[in-house]
Design a binder for this molecule. Structure first.
Ligand SMILES: *Cc1c(COP(=O)(O)O)cnc(C)c1O
Length: 357
């Protein structure tokens, strides 16, 4: 049976990218060696990093004066590294959910932290509006896509202070004005590559301003100066990231994939908005994520959620159980998910509705 992969992360990658990764595991570029058993210092691997960096810059139109580095430790390590490297006195955070809150909590270990706004009052089902960024903060931190709650910030804000963004679950899903950000980070396993590598795009002039000692491995400058090769980088995930970036470029780049992502999200939300049995959890339309679409069953059908999960699973839907903090269902529709999978999910919901309404 065909599987429709709605996993939230690690999540779907283009089949072609997985096949080429598998080839490199068996024989890397015809060298007669696996990518798993060559030195990262070998002549073969430097071009992989160089090309991946160049493609990130090209696809996101990264301006001069920024560095692109590949790190380990996941996006969660960035919660600490951002504060370690940028927080001297005070930082400002927009609290839009679990990941934002974890980032904020980590920063508290390094200085004063201001929460500029929060959507905790409604279980983070909207993006707060009408807040101001303190002009004396060292930086302002946002989480552009809230993977768990299905909300997304697609506006590149004008911030009076350096702006930092966790784009783990929507990077490369749409064009971004990188010049508005001082630092962007993203764990790769939502939209780019297997788990194990994190991309950081940082404007060079925001570094070197804090007075504390920064441990070597946690200092962005270390990794910039050594071209992501200070220590052994996550070789295989970086290689898959390169393959996926090539794939993205060959398929029209972020503008083309954004069109597809809009089409998928419109299709699913418009069904959910019209359904008598299901309803989206994010009712505020401008706050809706295109990447993670959360929905529940209406109150009168609440007791049917387990039945629907079973029904959908039998029809090949994978990973649609909602996060425990939201309940219900979550369809993650990352770049690699074809619109046919969204249609298959809708057909599945329609059929269930017919049988059970
Ligand atoms: C998944 C996720 C994280 C955590 O990523 P790890 O790589 O597991 O540390 C952080 N932020 C966002 C927005 C995420 O979706």
């Amino acid at each position: 049976m065909k599987k429709h992969n709605f996993n939230a992360g690690p999540s779907i990658l283009p089949r072609e990218v997985i096949e080429k990764t598998a080839e490199a595991v068996l024989d890397f570029q015809g060298e007669g060696l696996s990518i798993l058993e060559i030195s990262h210092r070998a002549k073969y691997f430097q071009p992989v990093v160089d090309e991946a960096v160049a493609l990130v810059k090209e696809l996101l139109n990264v301006p001069e004066g920024y560095s692109v580095i590949f790190l380990g430790g996941g996006a969660s390590l960035q919660f600490c590294m951002v504060a370690y490297n940028l927080l001297e006195k005070k930082a400002a955070y927009l609290n839009t959910g679990v990941w934002a809150k974890k980032a904020l909590k980590e920063a508290k270990g390094f200085g004063e932290v201001v929460e500029v706004a929060s959507s905790a009052d409604k279980n983070f089902n909207y993006i707060p509006q009408g807040w101001t960024i303190p002009a004396d903060a060292d930086y302002f931190h946002i989480t552009t896509n809230n993977t768990i709650y299905g909300t997304e910030i697609r506006e590149d804000f004008n911030s009076p202070v350096p702006m930092v963004a966790d784009m783990s679950s929507d990077i490369f899903s749409r064009p971004v004005d990188v010049s508005k950000y001082a630092l962007i980070y993203a764990g790769a396993q939502k939209n780019l590559a297997p788990a194990g590598v994190t991309i950081v795009i940082v404007r060079n002039d925001v570094l070197g301003k804090v007075s504390r000692y920064i441990p070597t491995m946690l200092n962005y400058q270390t990794h910039i100066d050594n071209g992501s090769m200070f220590n052994t980088p996550p070789v295989l995930p970086i290689y898959t990231a390169l393959l996926n970036l090539r794939y993205l470029k060959a398929n029209g780049g972020v503008a083309a994939v954004e069109k597809k992502n809009i089409a998928k999200a419109d299709l699913l939300y418009s069904y959910l908005d019209s359904s008598k049995m299901f309803t989206p959890t994010v009712l505020d339309k401008p706050s809706r994520s295109r990447m993670n679409i959360c929905f529940v069953m209406r109150d009168e059908y609440k007791d049917k959620e387990a039945d629907f999960l079973k029904f959908a699973t039998e029809k090949g839907m994978v990973g649609i159980k909602g996060h425990r903090l939201v309940g219900g269902f979550r369809a993650s529709c990352y770049n690699a998910l074809p619109i046919e999978s969204v249609q298959a999910l809708i057909d599945c919901m329609k059929e269930f509705e017919k049988q059970n309404a």
